[in-house]
Design a binder for this molecule. Structure first.
Ligand code: GLC
Length: 543
C-alpha cells in the first residue's frame, strides 16, 4: 500500500512553533531545534503552513514569491537543511501550496494590474464592470469577490480576501508557471503538497450570476452554499476536478512518490470528484466532519459507516480535529483531556490518515483574543462583532485564537521565544507544557505517543479493513480492524456510566486507558475509558 495512505500528518504553523532569534516569531531554525522532540512523539509526515516570501497580511497565505523563504523564517539554506534533517529522521515533508491566488504584491500581479495590454494581464481574472461588480459572486469570506482597480478601470476577482487575487488557470502560462513551482520544490525532495482552497481554482467561463440559497453561514465542510448564495459558478467546477488529475499526473513523474492533499469542501460527492472516479485525482482531501463532532458514540459510528460506504479502499478517508482556521478541539470539550484521549484513539485507529495540528498533543488551549484586537485579516474584517456573539452563532472569526505559540516548558514564554511573542501565550500552567507532560506517563502527550507507536507497529491499523461492531450500550463504540489473520478490537466508552462488555474469549491487551480493566471474557469500561485488544484466533463477531 502506498506510503501516504498509511501515514499520519502533523501540521506546524511556523509563526507559532519555535522562535530561535528572539524576534517573537517562530522560524525554521527553531523548528530544526525541535525536530528530535517531534520525532520522539512519533510524527511521520510534517505539513508546514507557508513560509514563502509574503507580506504576511494573511500570515503567509498571500505569497509574493513561491521559491523564496520569507526572511522572518530564515533562508533557503535553513529550508534545505530542514528538509534534509527531517528525511534523516525518516519523516516526510509536505509544503502548503497556495495555487489559487497570489499576494497582490506578487510581481505577476503588479505587472498584471499595470495595463490591459501587459503580458501578465491574463494571469489573473479581470472584467469590466459598468460601475458595479461584473456579477453577484460572493467570495468565501462573505463579500463580493470583485475588486475595483482604478488603474485600468476594471475589476479583478478574489475568492478569498481582496489582497489575494485569483490566478487564471484558463491561461496555459499560469499552469506552466505553477507546475514550475511544484517542480522547484519536488526537486528539493519534498514529499507532497497541501493544496490551499483547491475547490476555488476554476471559475465558470460564462460569469453567470450564482443562484439564490436560503443558507447564510458556511461550515468548514461546506462553502458551496453560504451568504444566501449557491456558489455554482465560482466553486467546485468540473474543470477543477479535471485539474486535480492533471496535477496528480504531473507529480507522479517523481520517483519518490509525492502526494497531494486538497483543502476542498462540499458534499461527499464533491470530495469524491476531487479524488477522481478511479482514485486518480488528489490523493487525499481533508474531511472536516470531526470539526463539529458530537461527543456521542453514535456520531462516530455513523461517520465510520458513512466513510466506509462512500470512501472504501482504494480511497483513504482523513480525520481532522483542528487546524489553523478552526477553534481548537480541546476547547470544544471544555478542556477535558480524558475526552481528548477518546477522540484521539478514534482518530488514530480507524482506517484513514489522522491529521494533527501542533499543540493538540498537549491539549494546547484556545486564546481569548477579541475580534476587535485580532491580527487575523478575517478578524479585522469583522472587528465589531463581539467574541461572545460569534461564539454563540458558532462562527469562528478570530483565527489568532487557535494559533497561539506552542508551550514547551516552564521557562519564560513557555520556551517559545526569548523576545516578545507575536501573539500572547494565553493562560496556561506548567502541566500544559511538553516538558511536563513528557514526564507524566498518563499525560495526553504520552497518549499521542502511544497512538503514533501503535500505528507504526500494527500493519492492521495502517492497512486493515474496518468494521463497526454492534454494542448493547449506545455509549460504547467498538470497531474491528483486520489485516490478514490479525484482528484488533477498539472499545471506547463515550458515556457517563461504567459498562461491562462481553468480549471474545481469547484476547491480548494492547493498550488500556481511563481505568478500563480486562478480566477473562469481560471488559470493564468506566466512563471515558478505552481499550485496544488483539483478538486471537477468531473473527470479529457481534458480542
Ligand atoms: C485556506 C487557509 C487559510 C487562508 C485561506 C486563504 O483556507 O487554510 O488559512 O486564510 O485559505 O489562502
Amino acid at each position: 500500500m502506498e506510503w501516504w495512505k498509511q501515514t499520519s500528518i502533523y501540521q506546524i504553523y511556523p509563526w507559532s512553533f519555535q522562535d530561535s532569534n528572539g524576534d517573537g516569531i517562530g522560524d525554521l531554525k527553531g523548528i530544526l531545534k525541535r525536530l528530535d522532540e517531534i520525532q520522539e512523539l512519533g510524527v511521520e509526515t510534517i505539513w508546514f503552513s507557508p513560509f514563502y516570501q509574503s507580506p504576511g497580511e494573511d500570515f503567509g497565505y498571500d505569497i509574493a514569491d513561491y521559491t523564496k523563504i520569507d526572511p522572518r523564517f530564515g533562508t533557503m539554506e535553513d529550508c534545505d537543511r530542514l528538509i534534509k534533517e527531517i528525511h534523516k529522521r525518516k519523516m516526510k515533508v509536505v509544503l502548503d501550496m497556495v495555487m489559487n491566488h497570489t499576494s497582490d504584491k506578487h510581481p505577476w500581479f503588479l505587472e498584471s494590474k499595470s495595463s490591459v495590454t501587459n503580458p501578465k494581464r491574463e494571469f489573473y481574472i479581470w472584467k469590466k464592470g459598468r460601475k458595479k461588480p461584473p456579477n453577484n459572486w460572493i467570495s468565501m469570506v462573505g463579500k463580493s469577490g470583485w475588486n475595483y482597480d482604478q488603474t485600468t478601470d476594471e475589476y479583478y476577482y478574489s475568492n478569498f480576501l481582496s489582497f489575494q487575487p485569483d490566478l487564471n488557470y484558463r491561461n496555459p502560462k499560469v499552469k506552466l508557471a505553477m507546475f514550475g513551482v511544484l517542480d522547484f520544490w519536488l526537486k528539493k525532495g519534498v514529499d507532497g503538497f497541501r493544496l490551499d482552497i483547491f475547490n476555488s481554482i476554476y471559475k465558470d467561463e460564462s460569469f453567470q450570476d450564482n443562484p439564490f440559497s436560503l443558507r447564510f453561514f458556511p461550515t468548514p465542510d461546506n462553502h458551496d452554499e453560504a451568504f444566501f448564495q449557491k456558489k455554482q459558478y465560482n466553486l467546485n467546477l468540473p474543470e477543477s476536478f479535471s485539474f486535480a488529475k492533471e496535477v496528480r499526473k504531473h507529480i507522479t513523474k517523481y520517483k519518490h512518490k509525492p502526494f497531494l492533499i486538497g483543502e476542498v469542501s462540499g458534499s461527499d460527492q464533491v470530495l469524491k470528484s476531487f479524488l477522481g472516479e478511479k482514485a486518480d485525482g488528489l490523493n487525499l482531501v481533508f474531511q472536516f466532519e470531526l470539526i463539529h463532532f458530537q461527543f456521542q458514540a453514535k456520531f462516530f459510528k455513523q461517520l465510520l459507516l458513512k466513510n466506509e460506504t462512500i470512501f472504501p479502499s482504494p480511497y483513504t478517508p482523513t480525520y481532522v480535529l483542528g487546524n489553523h482556521d478552526q477553534r481548537r478541539y480541546i476547547d470544544r470539550i471544555g478542556g477535558d483531556r480524558n475526552k481528548a484521549k477518546l477522540l484521539v484513539c478514534f482518530q488514530f485507529l480507524v482506517r484513514g490518515v489522522p491529521i494533527i495540528y501542533y499543540g493538540e498533543e498537549i491539549g494546547r488551549g484556545e486564546g481569548r483574543i477579541s475580534n476587535f484586537k485580532g491580527k487575523d485579516p478575517i478578524a479585522k474584517m469583522n472587528r465589531f462583532v463581539p467574541l461572545f456573539l460569534s461564539n454563540l452563532l458558532g462562527i469562528y472569526i478570530n483565527r489568532d485564537n487557535c494559533r497561539l505559540p506552542m508551550l514547551w516548558d516552564d521557562s519564560p514564554n513557555a520556551g517559545f521565544t526569548i523576545g516578545t511573542s507575536w501573539l500572547p501565550l494565553g493562560t496556561f500552567q506548567k502541566e500544559d507544557t511538553v516538558a511536563f507532560q513528557k514526564k507524566d506517563p498518563e499525560s495526553l502527550w504520552n497518549h499521542y505517543r502511544v497512538m503514533f507507536q501503535i500505528r507504526k507497529e500494527w500493519q492492521t491499523i495502517r492497512e486493515g479493513s474496518l468494521d463497526t461492531i454492534e454494542m448493547e450500550s449506545d455509549d460504547v463504540l467498538c470497531f474491528a480492524r483486520k489485516y490478514k489473520d490479525t484482528i484488533l478490537h477498539v472499545y471506547l466508552n463515550f458515556g457517563n456510566s461504567r459498562e461491562k462488555i462481553r468480549i471474545p474469549n481469547k484476547t491480548k491487551l494492547i493498550y488500556a486507558f481511563g481505568g478500563s480493566i480486562l478480566s477473562g471474557s469481560f471488559l470493564e469500561l468506566p466512563s471515558l475509558s478505552g481499550m485496544i485488544l488483539q483478538v486471537m484466533g477468531s473473527k470479529p463477531s457481534r458480542e
